[in-house]
Design a protein around this ligand. Structure first.
Ligand code: NAD
Length: 504
């Protein structure tokens, strides 16, 4: 037996044999098993146009494919509506308005809206899966946010339908007639409910076009309108490309048009209806600043930054795509942010553990990639966490750029992807000046311990929504809308209702 002195010295530990703690925590060790959502989205192979309460063949005789962006497989065929279809939809809506919907007592209209909300809740899982497959956003977002919030909008506006005499003191509210609406692909079902519920609550009828890429929940919602017994023609759904949207917006029978989409298309629409007496609401693009002061609760702020830009793959009009961080804490915030991004799960949107799903289309993925190249060429430093992307589908890792200045295009233009541009500031005035130095003005976020600073910032920031110590919070009672090139008009709350009626 060896004596103490003779005992062989312990082998020195080679660094390469020790798995760094970070790797143990963030590496393969903690990989979850797949947990796919299994509910049946109940998709039909082909969907027609919803006009006058029935699904009808398109006059064009044409259909287009809807693709699942997570695996590039075809989900369904959708009717391609043309000018004759848009015209038929406006005629059906006008008939529905004249034959009773516009004059129906609010308490009766409200019952239909309540019914739609409840039916949506009954079929919530089916709608969440359909939305995730069509749009690519993670199931936990469609399940916990999009579908419940869509139902909440119908509930909220059902409550208003019999209280329109209280919208403005001493005034009554009357509907406008038929409303034309066009929506984007980032919150397909939620945007439908934002647009349809207030219009119907006030007594208008609707012709609506969903985005070309994401029309499936629109035609499924039309099934719910049928099940709810909504009178024929009160809501008409026309699927099709942008050109169909142009025809719908410029149609002479539209008393009001409501558009949500890019600033570029918003301008085209405004030019096309200039000189008409149509009422208009425009919900357009954004380039929001998320502003973090040195006294902010840093961990919560990092969570808010992640939620602000990587939620829904950054495809959110009010996404916090610019981070303005106070210089004393800039290093700490960036380090913590990188640590957090390393554990975000990018992949199958139907998996309940996925944080970042698929980008909606190949074209959008290519646009985002072009912006990454632009950022690098302009001299900003790009960082992405190591992650394995699925072999098929349109995926993009969360990306941050440091060393960004205000003149960089990635700090000025809407990228609409999971890309964060990080800038720093020294004083509160510099933060305000940089946050407002954009053509847009949809939203902003402020992270600080000081109430007085929150008040000053929310007064001076030119943004429709300013969140304090949180980000991306929504409520049907809370009006939403933009400043400057982010548009005009409000959606949600009492202000949103005012945009859908006339006070008499
Ligand atoms: P987009 O402007 O390309 O398309 C929006 C809708 O307009 C689609 O239904 C499209 O088919 C239709 N369209 C396209 N060309 C048209 C035309 N000439 N006339 C009429 N309709 C036309 O936008 P997108 O890429 O679908 O969505 C992303 C944009 O939407 C982003 O800029 C985002 O910021 C914005 N957005 C804004 C809000 C908001 O509330 N402010 C909300 C969501 C999205």
């Amino acid at each position: 037996m060896p004596t103490l002195q003779e005992k062989k010295p312990a082998r020195p530990i080679r660094r390469s044999h020790v798995r760094p703690l970070r790797e143990l925590i963030f590496g393969d060790l903690w990989e979850y098993d797949p947990a796919p959502e299994t509910a049946d989205p109940k998709l039909k192979p082909r969907y027609d146009l919803f006009i006058g309460g029935r699904f009808v063949l398109p006059a064009t005789g044409k259909y287009f494919d809807s693709i699942n962006p997570a695996n590039e497989q075809k989900l369904a065929e959708l009717a391609l509506g043309g000018a004759a279809d848009v015209d038929a939809a406006y005629q059906a809506a006008a008939r529905a308005f004249d034959s009773g919907w516009g004059r129906m007592p609010g308490r009766e209209r409200g019952k239909f809206l309540y019914r739609v909300a409840r039916l949506l809740q009954d079929r919530a899982r089916e709608f969440a899966v359909a939305e995730t497959m069509d749009n690519g956003k993670p199931i936990k977002e469609t399940r916990d946010f999009d579908v419940p919030m869509a139902a909440a909008h119908f509930f909220y506006h059902a409550g208003w339908a019999d209280k329109l005499d209280y919208v403005a003191p001493g005034r009554r509210m009357a509907p406008l007639g038929v409303v034309g609406q066009v929506i984007p692909w980032n919150f397909p079902l939620l945007m439908l409910s934002w647009k349809i519920a207030p219009a119907l609550a006030v007594g208008n009828c609707v012709v609506i076009k969903p985005a070309t890429n994401t029309s499936i929940t629109a035609v499924k919602l039309a099934e719910i309108f049928q099940d709810a017994g909504l009178p024929p023609g009160v809501v008409n759904v026309i699927t099709g490309p942008g050109a169909t949207g142009g025809i719908l917006m410029a149609h002479p029978a539209a008393a009001k048009i409501a558009f949500t989409g890019s600033t570029e298309v918003g301008k085209v629409i405004m030019r096309s209806v200039a000189g008409s007496d149509k009422r208009m609401t425009m919900e357009l693009g954004g380039k929001a600043a998320n502003i973090v002061f040195d006294d902010a609760p840093i961990d919560q702020a990092v969570e808010g930054i992640v939620n602000g830009i990587f939620f829904n793959q950054g495809q959110v009009c009010c996404a916090g795509s610019r981070l303005l961080v106070h210089e004393p804490v800039a290093g700490l915030v960036v380090a913590k942010l990188k640590q957090r991004l390393r554990v975000l799960r990018v992949g199958d949107p139907l998996d309940k553990n996925t944080d970042v799903g698929a980008i909606v289309s190949r074209a959008q993925l290519e646009t985002i990639q072009r912006y990454l190249d632009i950022g690098v060429k302009e001299g900003a430093e790009m960082w992405q966490p190591p992650c394995r992307l699925p072999p098929k589908g349109f995926f993009m890792p969360p990306t941050i750029f440091t060393g960004v200045t205000q003149s960089h295009r990635i700090a000025r233009e809407e990228i609409f992807g999971p890309v964060l541009s990080i800038l720093t500031f020294r004083t509160i005035d510099e933060a305000i000046e940089k946050a407002n130095n954009t053509a847009y003005g949809l939203s902003a976020g402020v992270w600080t311990d000081k109430g007085s600073r929150i008040l000053k910032m929310s007064t001076e920031l030119k943004a429709g929504v300013v969140w304090a110590n949180t980000f991306n919070k929504f409520d049907p009672a809370s009006p939403f809308g933009g400043y400057k090139e982010s548009g005009f008009g409000r959606e949600g709350g009492r202000q949103g209702l005012l945009d859908y009626g006339k006070l008499i």
